[in-house]
Design a protein around this ligand. Structure first.
Ligand SMILES: Nc1ncnc2c1ncn2[C@@H]1O[C@H](COP(=O)(O)OP(=O)(O)O)[C@@H](O)[C@H]1O
Ligand SMILES: [Mg+2]
Length: 282
C-alpha cells in the first residue's frame, strides 16, 4: 500500500501567527499535526477563535505556515509551483453564501472556477451540467443566484467547487447562516458526495448534530488539537466537551442527564434512532 498516496492532507507541527509584534506572537495555530486520508469525512469543532478557519485556509494554500509544513497529496503548500494543483485538489466552501456569488446566473456562477482553470468551453458545459445535477439544482440553471434560498445558494457554491473536480472539499461552517431545511439540504449533499462519489470532506461546524455525521471528529482549542476520534468516543466525554465550551448532540445530552439522575441508559448514543432502540430495551 502506498502510504503517501492515501494521505490527502497532512500537517506537521503547523504554527500560524497572525501578527508578530514586540509583545510576542499570538499563535492562532500552535503545533497542529493532522493527517486526513483519502475518502474520509472529517468534522472539525471547537469554540470561537480556536483556530478552525485558520487551519482550513492552510488546506488550499490560502494561508501558508509560519512554522511547520502542510502537504496536499504530498505537495508542499509553500512551493509556488504547486499552487494551482493544490487549489484544484482542495475546494473551499465558506459560511456566507452571498459572498460566494460571482455571476448573474447560476450556470455562469458554477462555470467561474473551471473558466479560471482554462478548461475548454465544451468541457466546462459538461462539468457545469453534472455539478448542478449532483447538488440537485439543474432546474435553476438560468436563475439569478441572489434570488435563491440560503440552502440553494450554498448548493450552487458547492457545485462551483465540484466543477473544478476536487478530490477534497473543505466547508467552513457552511450551514451557519441557513434555516433548518437549508442545513439539511447542504448536509445531505455533502454526505452524498462523500459516500457515493468518494470525495474527501472536511466539515467545520458548530452544530453538534452535524458533527456526528463524520467518520472522525477533531476538536480544537486555543490553536491545538485536543481530541481526535470517532464521534461516539468524542461525545461520550461529556464533561470534557463542556469544559471546552462545546456541547454534545441533543440526544447524547439527554442520555447523559437521564443516566446522571439514576435512569440507566447508555451514555454514548448519538442519534434519535439509537436512543429509541436503547429505551426499547427496557
Ligand atoms: N485576520 C486576523 N488577524 C488577527 N488575528 C486573527 C485574524 N483572524 C483570526 N484571528 C485570531 O486567530 C485565532 C483563530 O481564529 P479563527 O481561525 O478564525 O478561529 P475559529 O474559526 O475557530 O473561530 C483567534 O484568536 C482570532 O482572534
Ligand atoms: Mg471560523
Amino acid at each position: 500500500m502506498n502510504q503517501v498516496g492515501d494521505r490527502i492532507i497532512e500537517t506537521e507541527n503547523l504554527v500560524y501567527a497572525y501578527s508578530q509584534d514586540q509583545e510576542g506572537e499570538t499563535r492562532a495555530l500552535d503545533g497542529i499535526n493532522l493527517t486526513i486520508t483519502r475518502g474520509e469525512f472529517v468534522v472539525i469543532i471547537g469554540r470561537n477563535g480556536s483556530g478552525k478557519s485558520t487551519l482550513a485556509k492552510h488546506f488550499n494554500a490560502l494561508f501558508l505556515p509560519t512554522v511547520g509544513t502542510v502537504r496536499i497529496n504530498g505537495m508542499d503548500t509553500q512551493d509556488p509551483r504547486h499552487l494551482w494543483k493544490i487549489r484544484q485538489t482542495v475546494g473551499m466552501v465558506f459560511q456566507n453564501p452571498d459572498n460566494q456569488i460571482v455571476s448573474t446566473t447560476v450556470e455562469e456562477d458554477v462555470a467561474f472556477g473551471p473558466e479560471n482553470l482554462g478548461i475548454p468551453p465544451d468541457e466546462i458545459r459538461r462539468r457545469v451540467d453534472l455539478a448542478l445535477e449532483w447538488v440537485g439544482m439543474s432546474e435553476y440553471m438560468r436563475h439569478a443566484p441572489h434570488l435563491l434560498s440560503g440552502g440553494q445558494k450554498q448548493r450552487v457554491a458547492i457545485a462551483g467547487v465540484l466543477a473544478m473536480r476536487p478530490e477534497c472539499i473543505v466547508l467552513d461552517e457552511p450551514t451557519a447562516m441557513l434555516d433548518p431545511s437549508g442545513r439539511r439540504e447542504v448536509l445531505d449533499t455533502v454526505r452524498r458526495l462523500n459516500k457515493e462519489d468518494g470525495i474527501t470532506v472536511v466539515l467545520i461546524t458548530h452544530f453538534m448534530n452535524e458533527a456526528v455525521l463524520g467518520d472522525r471528529v477533531v476538536v480544537m482549542d486555543a490553536g491545538k488539537i485536543v481530541m481526535d476520534d470517532v464521534p461516539r468516543k468524542v461525545f461520550s466525554q461529556v464533561e470534557l466537551i463542556r469544559r471546552l465550551h462545546l456541547d454534545v448532540p441533543d440526544v447524547t445530552r439527554l442520555a447523559y442527564e437521564l443516566d446522571s439522575s439514576g435512569v440507566s441508559v447508555p451514555r454514548d448514543v448519538l442519534t434519535v434512532e439509537e436512543f429509541a432502540n436503547a429505551l426499547c430495551g427496557f
